[in-house]
Design a protein around this ligand. Structure first.
Ligand SMILES: Nc1ncnc2c1ncn2[C@@H]1O[C@H](COP(=O)(O)OP(=O)(O)OP(=O)(O)O)[C@@H](O)[C@H]1O
Ligand SMILES: [Mg+2]
Length: 322
């Protein structure tokens, strides 16, 4: 349903040195799937989400590659075509999206504004749809008559998810949808989201820095490091069959409450500066398995038994020199 081909995003800066936040990313999202995207803060997850949703201004950023949604290349569409497609086929709940509501409009009005821009429904049928959506995210439909400040953070986040579904999109991109919330609220929102996805069969790209959370809800996980996808595997196998040293290290930071012995390890070092280029494997300076080749050649994402991995430890038929 969605294909991303060799996507590069570089934020331009006044100093002239760009930040290459997404560096040659390839993946696809089939219909009715729940894909998790994990990685440390600053690795480019939100930028990738913006790139897919066509939210990056091409005048201020260098964007190249293809994002093909339902056969249409988003980067060849006009602003108007993109605007239509954005709610109807693809919607986004932005990081901190619960603060994205207009503070002076009631919730109902904010839903109506989106629906009006895309269809000619009567007010009563729009109100019915809003009530249906709010119930689906387990909120009392009467909150549609509230202003955003009258809702708690968790309620606003549920409302943002309900709004993203208003026009039945096929893909919803959720960027850290529960990060600012306490764990109990987080859990109930995640369960609600997973149930909704199962029933309504849209696809989800779930962006999070929390691998444990992603493993519980997603059916496939992509691990991102320094603007690149380093591993892409079904969620059911990545726990036991992580191959990339970064994924293994991330798993070492995750507390499995079912494990007999819990030991936590941090990942020493910091991610590379994304200004300018990165030579070789970006994880090399922090990797416990580093080899000479890692500093000179960028490992490509290649097929392995259960998915894809980008690491010189595994057979690389093709390597490129940067
Ligand atoms: N508008 C911008 N202009 C310049 N650089 C930016 C801009 N937005 C993000 N960046 C840089 O791009 C890189 C990736 O940022 P991004 O927000 O995509 O990371 P992230 O993985 O979503 O992080 P987090 O987990 O903290 O949300 C970072 O180095 C960041 O400093
Ligand atoms: Mg982010």
């Amino acid at each position: 349903m969605l294909e991303v081909k060799d996507l590069w995003v570089t934020y331009k800066s006044r100093s002239g040195i760009g930040v290459s936040a997404v560096r040659g990313v390839d993946f696809d999202i089939p219909d009715n799937s729940f894909l998790g995207l994990v990685g440390e803060s600053g690795c480019g997850k939100s930028t990738l989400g913006f790139g897919i949703a066509g939210l990056l201004d091409p005048k201020r950023n260098d964007v190249s590659g293809k994002v093909i949604l339902d056969g249409q290349d988003l980067y060849t569409l006009s602003k108007e075509q993109l605007r239509t497609l954005r709610w109807e086929k693809l919607s986004v709940v932005l990081q901190g999206g619960m603060n994205a509501f207009n503070p002076v409009l009631k919730i109902k009005q904010q839903f109506i504004d989106v629906m009006r821009a895309h269809s000619n429904q009567s007010t009563s049928s729009m109100v019915d749809r809003i009530a249906e959506l709010l119930s689906a995210v387990q909120l009392d439909p009467r909150i549609m008559d509230s202003y955003p400040h009258e809702l708690s953070g968790g309620m606003k986040q549920r409302t943002a998810i309900a709004l993203s579904l208003v026009l039945h999109p096929r893909l919803v991109i959720l960027d850290e949808p529960t990060t600012a919330l306490d764990v109990v609220v987080q859990r109930s929102i995640i369960n609600m989201l997973s149930e909704l996805q199962r029933l309504q069969k849209f696809s989800v790209l779930f962006i999070s820095h929390d691998l444990g959370l992603v493993l519980e809800v997603a059916n496939r996980v992509m691990v991102m490091y320094s603007g690149q996808i380093v591993e892409d595997k079904p969620a059911s196998v990545i726990m036991d069959d992580a191959q990339h040293p970064y994924t293994k290290a991330l798993l070492g930071c995750y507390v499995n409450p079912h494990a007999e012995n819990v030991s936590l390890k941090g990942i020493p070092g910091t991610p590379p500066d994304l200004r300018g280029g990165v030579q070789g494997c970006p994880f090399a300076p922090r990797c416990s398995f580093v080899m000479d080749v890692c500093f000179t050649k960028t490992p490509q994402l290649v097929k392995c038994e259960n998915g894809l991995v980008a690491c010189h430890l595994y057979r690389q038929d093709e390597v490129t020199v940067e």
